[in-house]
Every structure is written in C-alpha cells, then in structure tokens.
Design a protein around this ligand. Structure first.
Ligand SMILES: C[S@@+](CC[C@H](N)C(=O)[O-])C[C@H]1O[C@@H](n2cnc3c(N)ncnc32)[C@H](O)[C@@H]1O
Length: 289
C-alpha cells in the first residue's frame, strides 16, 4: 500500500485492489460461472430470512419515495431479478442488466409468470456497458462487481440521485462448504473480497453519507444431494479446477448427509447490509447543520 491517508479515496481504492484475488475475480465476472448457478439460484427465495431481507429493502425504498411511478430504476447484476420483480409494480420501468444469459432467462420467465411488462432486460458486462442516460436509482446487490472501485464509480455516475447497494457485512459461514473446502483445498474458505467495509469507506471518503441497514439470518437451502454437491463443486471451482476424484469425494460426502428422500439441507449464517446513498446528502453538509 502506498503512503496515503485512510480518509482519502485512494486509500480504499488500493485496499480494494489488495483484497481482490485476480484469478477468482476473472471467474466471478464471467457469464459461464453464473450460467451454471442459474437453475438453482432461486432456491434462496424460499428461505424466510432472505424473504424478510428483500421485503425490508423494498419497504425502505417505498418509504423514501424512490419506488415511484415516475422513476426508472436500474438493477445492475440483477441475476434472476429477485429485487427487480418486487420493484417493478411500483415504478415506471426497471432496467435489468446482467452478464449471464442463464440468469436473465430465469428473469424473463418470471416477467411472463407475473405479467410484468415494465422490465427491460439487457445482457451486458457492466464493466464495458455504457448506460445511455442516468437512472433515478441504481441498485446493485451481492455481485463480485462491487469488489472494484471502477465499477462502483460507474454505479455512482449512472445514478441521478440514489444508489442502493446490498453486500456482505462480516459474517458468511456455511459449515458444509467450510468442511469441503478444508478437505479438498486444504485451506479455509476465504470470502473476504467483497464486504461493506471497503464499499462504505470508499463512498464516505468521496464525501457521500450512506445510510446502512443490517440483516442477520440463516439462509437455508434444502436440495437433492446431487444438486447440493454440484453447488459445492461450483463454489470450489471458483478457486481452482477440481479433478474427477475430488468431485467424487464431494459427492460421496454429501450423499452421506441425505435424508430418506435424498435431500440435504445446508445453512449459511450471514450478515448483510443494505446501503442507500442519496447524492444530495453530502456528509460534510450533514455535519454543518
Ligand atoms: C450472486 S448473483 C446476485 C444476483 C442478484 N443481484 C441478487 O441479489 O439476487 C451475482 C450476479 O452478478 C452478475 N455478474 C457477474 N459479473 C458481471 C458483470 N461483469 N456484468 C454484469 N453482471 C455480472 C452475475 O451474472 C450474477 O447474476
């Protein structure tokens, strides 16, 4: 790290770069990775703590008057559109941008299922996409894009007034994943690349005054053993390709945990944060009042 003050944007830019493992980043930002996860991604929507988080975030946006029939919202890295689907009935349009055609195909199905005609779907890489104009709010949830300050700068530049960001806030523990990681890779699961600390401090050092809401929960997913094993393999292959033998070792371990119906439950203990930035609220102006 160069010698820069911790209250300067440069400090947080450098820290973000230092925390980023470039080889993992390359994979996390590619459509192939997310296409593989698309089929089972919405299993999370069945989880009560996750539903409560999404509902609370939608409530905050409604209370702030951001979800308004006059407003166009952009959901960057929208995935299968968990948030976009909930926002669309209250705003003029939701522009959904994601790199993965698999994720967007799920979103398209949901738009038809819920007869939503004001969701615009764009398949693009946010890192090279040039938004034609600013959106009333730019929303961005749980994506590896948040690891890079260039991508955050673009979120800020694309918003007329509001930026909504959902990300990890310190706790992300899944016992089964941790065990498999230790068995196969011989090390702890390091998932520290994307966290609220750097994103918050970067925006704060730029003069913004983000408002934070924290969520703590258990994200449970009960799936057939084969699907759980595939998901674990997918998570580990973000780190490095696995051999056939290693994959079989994971499948065997997961099969042993299956109940009579062949289902396996995993639980992730998580802490997440919703950060809302109003470009009209400068942190220094708040202090002067
Ligand atoms: C964990 S999912 C989050 C999906 C959704 N925002 C949510 O909260 O449910 C991460 C998403 O980031 C998307 N993504 C990854 N790299 C991207 C990029 N370079 N440009 C646009 N989207 C990207 C993936 O395709 C995936 O849908």
């Amino acid at each position: 790290m160069k010698d820069v003050r911790p209250d300067s944007p440069e400090f947080w830019e450098q820290l973000s770069k230092a925390k980023c493992d470039d080889s993992i980043n390359q994979k996390c930002l590619k459509p192939e990775t997310w296409n593989k996860a698309a089929a089972t991604y919405d299993d999370l929507e069945k989880c009560k703590d996750y539903q409560a988080q999404v509902t609370e975030i939608i409530n905050i946006l409604q209370q702030k008057g951001i979800l308004d029939k006059k407003n166009v919202i952009a959901d960057i890295a929208c995935g299968t559109g968990t948030y976009a689907i909930r926002m669309a009935p209250f705003c003029k349009r939701v522009v959904c941008i994601d790199i993965s055609e698999g994720m967007l195909a799920r979103l398209q199905e949901k738009c038809s299922r819920y007869s939503l005609s004001n969701i615009e779907i764009i398949q693009a890489d946010w890192q090279s996409y040039e938004p034609p104009k600013q959106y009333d709010m730019v929303f961005c949830s749980m994506t590896p894009l948040l690891r890079k300050t260039d991508n955050i700068n673009k979120l800020v530049a694309s918003a007329k007034r509001f930026i909504g960001i959902v990300t990890w806030a310190g706790v992300r523990r899944n016992r089964l994943l941790a065990e498999v990681c230790r068995d196969i890779l011989g090390k702890e699961m390091n998932q520290k690349g994307q966290d609220i600390t750097t994103t918050f401090n970067y925006l704060y050092s730029l003069g913004m005054a983000p408002h934070l809401t924290f969520f703590t929960g258990c994200w449970e997913r009960t799936r057939p053993a084969k699907i759980q094993a595939e998901n674990l393999i997918w998570r580990l292959e973000m780190k490095r390709p696995l051999s056939q033998k290693e994959k079989e070792q994971i499948i065997k371990k997961v099969e042993k945990l299956a109940d009579r119906e062949g289902l396996v439950k995993t639980v992730s203990t998580v802490r997440t944060c919703f950060m809302l930035v109003d470009k009209n609220q400068n942190k220094d102006r708040i202090y002067c009042r």
